[in-house]
Write a protein that binds this ligand. Structure first.
Ligand code: SF4
Ligand code: SF4
Length: 338
């Protein structure tokens, strides 16, 4: 396939904070392991903001609790994806779907890019958005992100989005690393940048609450957000056992209510929770091998799950990890699909 001009950023990829500098067009892979932009699937979706959601394959994180792991851990876990598609073709599909009676009934009014992490495919997404707006100039766009992108990429994202849904996993670096494989600082920096410079675009921050892993992160996250602006919207999502945390216990209603109370204590006026609660499970015993690498209980528990899933580097640091091209976490297949 002749490589189109809009993919020139992939010649030396620095789209996200891993800043791998690899030539993806020549088949070199960075931490995300994605070379060409790859569509996983697309469908009308009822969760707010209602949309035609395009899931992009692959991610720059290796979250232990990923609920979209069949997509995010592409290309290493063997799950089939739709593949590369011409931006014009995908744009036409999106616009057509948003014009359909089903979209109308559902109130779907935008293209929602999710994944995986759409930033891995940013130039491609820009091309799809431009093509969609050629067909329908007022096409709305939601960008669903983990926030681990460079400041330059963030400015590009802000230039074409209508709304942003933004995941916060943890405040403290060691918990963030243990859960995702990457540091928290760039994510917090970008979260603050959006809130201060594009308040109206921020649909909500989303925080998946995982018992005993990031429970103690709720206070510092609530304080961090409230210090920026108490009107910012925060959705706490109840963790459901998934992926490398397939046997971990789900979040209970009491915990979810407590998160909202904590948010209110810090003055946040738009905090709420959603999700299924009370799913049973247990908490893994801390692995002796990683005990010295993490200080807090939450990081030790997450680090233990990572260790048992095959993670080789502790504290986790996928950017510098010598085995990031043969990562066992990316190949992890849970025993049950939840
Ligand atoms: S991990 Fe980030 S910087 Fe590295 S190749 Fe993937 S998108 Fe590019
Ligand atoms: S093995 Fe390396 S690349 Fe894989 S999750 Fe652990 S730190 Fe990240």
């Amino acid at each position: 396939m002749k490589k189109p001009d809009y993919l020139k950023d992939l010649l030396k990829c620095e789209l996200c904070e891993h800043r791998c500098g690899v030539n993806r067009l020549a088949g070199e892979a960075g931490v995300c392991r994605v070379t060409l932009p790859t569509v996983a699937s697309a469908a009308l979706h009822q969760a707010p903001p209602e949309s035609y959601t395009v899931f992009m394959a692959g991610c720059n994180y290796k979250c232990l609790n990923c609920q979209n792991w069949t997509i995010s851990q592409y290309p290493d876990n063997g799950y089939e994806q739709r593949g590369y598609e011409e931006p014009d073709k995908l744009a036409a599909e999106c616009v057509n779907q948003l014009n359909s009676a089903s979209a109308d009934l559902m109130g779907a009014d935008r293209i929602f890019f999710s994944g995986g992490e759409p930033t891995v495919h940013l130039p491609y997404i820009e091309a799809v958005v431009a093509a969609a707006r050629k067909i329908k100039p007022d096409t709305k766009i939601n960008y669903d992100t983990n926030g681990y992108m460079t400041e330059q990429s963030l400015k590009r994202v802000l230039s074409f989005t209508t709304s942003i849904t933004y995941d916060l996993k943890a405040y403290h670096d060691e918990v963030h690393r243990a859960l995702t494989g990457v540091p928290s600082r760039p994510v917090l920096r970008n979260a603050e940048y959006i809130a201060r410079n594009a308040f109206d675009k921020l649909w909500e921050y989303r925080i998946v609450v995982i018992p005993q892993i990031n429970e103690n992160e709720i206070r510092p996250l609530a304080e961090f957000i409230a210090d920026i602006d108490p009107l910012l919207r925060v959705c706490f999502l109840a963790f459901r056992p998934n992926f490398a945390l397939e046997n971990h216990k789900g979040a209970g209603r009491g915990l979810m209510r407590r998160c909202v109370e904590i948010a209110k204590e810090y003055g946040l006026m738009n905090a709420y929770w959603s999700g299924f609660t009370g799913l049973t499970g247990k908490v893994i015993k801390t692995a002796g091998e990683i005990r010295e690498s993490y200080l807090s209980e939450g990081a030790q528990i997450a680090g233990s799950y990572a260790y048992y899933a095959g993670c080789q580097t502790h504290p986790r640091d996928c950017s510098t990890c010598s085995t990031n091209q043969a990562c066992m976490v990316k190949r992890y297949i849970p025993s049950k699909i939840t």
